[in-house]
Write a protein that binds this ligand. Sequence first.
Ligand SMILES: [Zn+2]
Ligand SMILES: [Zn+2]
Length: 355
Amino acid sequence: MVEKTMKAIRLNAPNDFEYCDIPVPEPGSHDILARVETVAICGTDPHIFAGEFPGFWPKSFPLIPGHEWAGTIVQVGEVAKNLGWKEGERVCGISHVGCGYCSMCMQGRYTLCLNYGHEEKGHRQYGHYSQGAYAQYIAASVKSIARIPDTMGFDVAACMDPFSIALHAVMRSGMEPGDSVLVNGSGAQGLMSIMIVRAMGAGAILTSGSGFRLQVAERLGAITIDYRKENVVARTRELTGGLGAKRVIECSGTPEGVRQACEAVAKGGTISMVSLPSKDVEIPIRRLVLDEIDLRGNRANPNTLEPAIAMVQENNIDLSSLITHAFPLSKFAEAFDIFVHRKDNSLKVVVKPND
Ligand SMILES: [Zn+2]
Ligand SMILES: [Zn+2]
C-alpha cells in the first residue's frame, strides 16, 4: 500500500524551497507510480531554482523539481498495464514526454514536441514545469521510463538521463571510429561524453577544463588541456597535426568556450552542442561557412535512454566514479549547496528520498 502523503522538496518561489509533506500523485492511465530511490541533481536545477526561466520553467509556483531519477514501480495505470509494465520493476526516467501526435513526435523528435508546455495535450516535462522527482514518489508516463538491469544500482541509473543526453549529442556529431574529438569542458556532461566517444571508438580524445574535473578527464583517458594555462585552440591544432578536431562536443557553455569550439574544429568537421549558453554568443560565422563546419544544436535525449543503459552496462562504463556525494532527501539543502558551489570536488550529487 502506498501512503497518502509523502516528503518532497517544493519550490515555492525563486530561491525558496522547503522539505515538506505533499499528497502522493495519482498515476494516469498511461503512467506508473514509482518509489523514487535516487535523484541526481542536474546542472539545470540551480537555474530553475533561481527562477531564471520565469513563466516557463516552471510556468507557475509551486513546483516539485528533479528529473534525473531511478526507482521501483509500485502502481501501474490501466493502459500502462496493457503495455506490459508491472509493479516491482526497476526503472529510470527522463524529463521529456512528447504529446505523441504532432509531426515532431511522429518523427521521433519528441523533445521538440509542437505541443510543448501543454499538459492538457499530453505533453510533460518532469521537474521543469510538471511535477518532478525530488519526492518519495513520482507519477511518470511510460514514455519517459526504461527498465534497468538487475545489476545496475539506482545511483548509476539516476545518471542515465544526463548520460543519454551526452549520447544524443555525440551521435549528432556524426563521430566515426578513429575521429579526433575535442570535448570542450570537463563537467559531468563533458566527462560522460569522454566515456561515450571512447566506447564508440574515437581516435585522440582531447578535453579542456581545469582543476579536479580535468584530472578526472585524464583518468578517463583524455589528453587534457588546462584552459587557464594553455590556449585551447592552439593546443588542439598542435595535437591534431595542425588540422583541428574532427568533432567538437561543446560542453563549456561559456561565450569563450563556444568561440574556441568554432576555431578548434577541423575543416569539414562538426560542433555538437551539449551546453546551453545563458545568452546568445557571437560566433565566427564566416569561418563556419567557408570551412563547411556543421554546428548542431541538441535538445535533451530523444530515444537514447535505452541505448545509453545498454552502453553503460555492456561496456563496464564506471559511471559511479562520477558520483561524489549522496544525501537523504531531508538533507537536500546541504546536497544542493555542495553541488552548486562545487564544494569538496563535487561532480554528481545524488539524493535519496526514501532513506
Ligand atoms: Zn538533467
Ligand atoms: Zn508532440
